[in-house]
Write a protein that binds this ligand. Structure first.
Ligand SMILES: NC(=O)c1ccc[n+]([C@@H]2O[C@H](COP(=O)([O-])OP(=O)(O)OC[C@H]3O[C@@H](n4cnc5c(N)ncnc54)[C@H](O)[C@@H]3O)[C@@H](O)[C@H]2O)c1
Length: 267
């Protein structure tokens, strides 16, 4: 189950957090993994951990906001491993500001990474994915990191929510578009609850500031209580879902969203 033997995956923002854990899990499942990030040294460390564990992983510089960087990453992946079967559009940033407080500069950066980055990754990797999809019974796969904030509203972060809502519907639209063109590329999204990564820590700090308590640990406690399952998520919870969606076990899934949120949006 959930094996990726012989497959080649490119993961954006995989130097740390959910992306890095996904790289580890994919390599353990038999994939060759390309780790793209602006944090190049950290990306190299993640790649080294994978190769030290006997897997196949390389790091390359990727800034998801530019077409040229994506073109180089897609070319780098196919040059290194001969093809591309899986794209994980994982790179993302959090804002942690109300719509009344955000600046145009902050909005521009948020959109560039969370939305433009997903579109450009899809556009620049689609030709290689379509090519490899021809020789795979269940095609190739794109997994986009959306969020529960792309499914339900977010009182304290409407702009982040807007970008993730965009990713949710871009995923469905891309699945339809590729289907219409006859390209065998499945496209699905993942919707995590609050996950304990650097970004998770940033959300607690923002919430503490936004609610005026400045008590980060209390904000973490509030976030935990919002998850009926009784804990916050960890990167592994999400990485396992991404591996499934990328694998042939999800061969009949496209245009879907997988919610991994400890029950948060069940309420
Ligand atoms: N942590 C959470 O609670 C949570 C919840 C829902 C969704 N998500 C989503 O999951 C994804 C991963 O989040 P995470 O928690 O691992 O965050 P993280 O901050 O720990 O990691 C994000 C990675 O993206 C990279 N990145 C940022 N800008 C980039 C750029 N321009 N080009 C390339 N890489 C860039 C960062 O360097 C970092 O390595 C994001 O899309 C995020 O929005 C996270």
């Amino acid at each position: 189950m959930n094996r990726l033997d012989g497959k080649v995956a490119l993961i954006s923002g995989a130097a740390r957090g959910i992306g890095a854990e996904t790289a580890h899990k994919m390599a353990a499942a038999g994939a060759s993994v390309v780790i793209g990030d602006v944090l190049v040294d950290r990306a190299r460390e993640t790649a080294k951990e994978i190769t030290d564990a006997g897997g196949k992983g390389v790091a390359l510089a990727l800034d998801v906001t530019t077409e040229a960087s994506w073109a180089a990453a897609a070319a780098g992946a196919t040059k290194q491993f001969g093809k591309l079967d899986i794209l994980v559009n994982n790179a993302g940033i959090f804002l942690g500001k109300d719509l009344m407080d955000a600046t145009m500069e902050e909005w521009g950066r948020l959109v560039a990474i969370n939305m433009t980055g997903v579109w450009l990754g899809t556009k620049m990797c689609a030709p290689a994915l379509a090519e490899s999809g021809k020789s795979s019974p269940h095609g190739s796969a794109i997994v986009n990191l959306a969020s529960i904030a792309g499914l339900v509203g977010s009182q304290l972060d409407p702009l982040y929510s807007m970008t993730k809502g965009g990713v949710t519907l871009f995923t469905k639209s891309t699945a339809l578009s590729f289907g219409r063109m006859g390209w065998k590329i499945r496209v699905n999204s993942i919707h995590p609850g609050v996950i304990e990564t650097d970004m998770g820590a940033q959300t607690f700090a923002s919430r503490a500031r936004q609610t005026g308590s400045n008590d980060v640990e209390a904000a973490r406690g509030v976030a935990m209580k919002q998850h009926p399952i009784g804990r916050l998520g960890v990167a592994e919870d999400i990485a396992l879902g991404i591996v499934f969606l990328a694998s042939d076990d999800a061969g009949f899934m496209t245009g879907s969203g997988m919610v991994i949120d400890g029950g948060l949006t069940a309420q």
